[in-house]
Design a protein around this ligand. Structure first.
Ligand code: IPE
Ligand code: IPE
Ligand code: MG
Length: 262
């Protein structure tokens, strides 16, 4: 592709979003942080619809991190209630729109009521084949790697015929995202430039996009900016730009192609 081309890629197949900035959005309006979380849920609906309309195959949203338990108790319990309510309210519509809903993270850390809503929502939507919506809840990237390694080891132990070494491929097979395409684009809103223990393994070669918009202010126009930016990037995976731009032609088998002195 020529260096003047404005687009290297198609729409990303898999987008992940760190939906950050709810608390600050509310505080700017002299409201409690919880007001921002409610507004954040509304925004989530809009962005899910926008991703589906743009042909994104998988969308992974960071809803609650393993570190978020450290927040004030009333904020944590508000968030738990909000998740139950939002699931109850949204799941029918998601199902109608052919969305397949999955949760990644340590779900056993949630109360029974929430665990049941999660299982019911997954069950209801499991045969859908539209947008694959993954909610990362009680999720941490380090937790994911540790559980993947443990799960690989225990599979090895229970299968005495095959003893597999721990390899990258094996870890990937046991990560909570093993059913998803590779992560193409990770977006973080809220004007912070860090990954905060989100998909740390999976983001190794994802393109990163940081938006200064607080999550409740992020909208489909902002999403389009992120996608347009992504499309224009050259994903080199350690190669050189020239390698990617020059088609490989096997015209010289002499082995002397590198004739420039070092
Ligand atoms: C993200 O918004 C939502 C969750 C972590 C649940 P924040 O609540 O982190 O909002 P800020 O970053 O404090 O503004
Ligand atoms: C990341 O945001 C977690 C979610 C969006 C769910 P945080 O607000 O928790 O991240 P830090 O604390 O600023 O790194
Ligand atoms: Mg935050």
């Amino acid at each position: 592709m020529s260096e003047h081309a404005s687009s290297y890629h198609n729409t990303p197949k898999h987008i992940a979003i760190i939906m950050d900035g709810n608390g600050r959005w509310a505080q700017k309006r002299n409201k409690k942080r919880t007001f921002g979380h409610k507004a954040g849920v509304e925004k989530t609906r809009e962005i899910i619809e926008a991703c589906a309309a743009r042909g994104v195959k998988s969308l992974t949203l960071f809803a609650f991190s393993s570190e978020n338990w450290g927040r004030p108790e009333d904020e944590v319990s508000f968030l738990m209630e909000l998740f139950v309510l939002a699931l109850k309210r949204e799941v029918k519509m998601l199902n109608k729109n052919n969305v397949k809903l999955k949760f990644i993270g340590n779900i056993s850390g949630f109360n029974e009521k929430l665990q049941k809503s999660i299982k019911d929502a997954e069950k209801l939507t499991k045969s859908n084949f539209g947008l694959e919506l993954n909610i990362a809840a009680n999720y941490g990237g380090r937790w994911d790697i540790v559980q993947a390694v443990n799960s690989a080891i225990s599979e090895n132990r229970s299968n005495s015929d095959i003893k597999e070494e721990i390899t990258e491929k094996l870890i990937e097979k046991h990560l909570s995202t093993n059913y998803l395409p590779a992560l193409d684009l990770m977006i973080r809103t809220g004007d912070e430039k860090r990954i905060s223990n989100f998909l740390i393994w999976q983001a190794a070669y994802a393109e990163l996009y940081f938006s200064d918009k607080l999550w409740p202010d992020f909208d489909s126009t902002e999403l389009d900016c992120a996608i347009t930016d992504y499309k224009a990037r050259q994903r080199r995976y350690g190669m050189t730009g020239e390698q990617l731009e020059t088609p490989v032609v096997d015209s010289d088998n002499s082995g002397n192609s590198n004739d420039e002195a070092i």
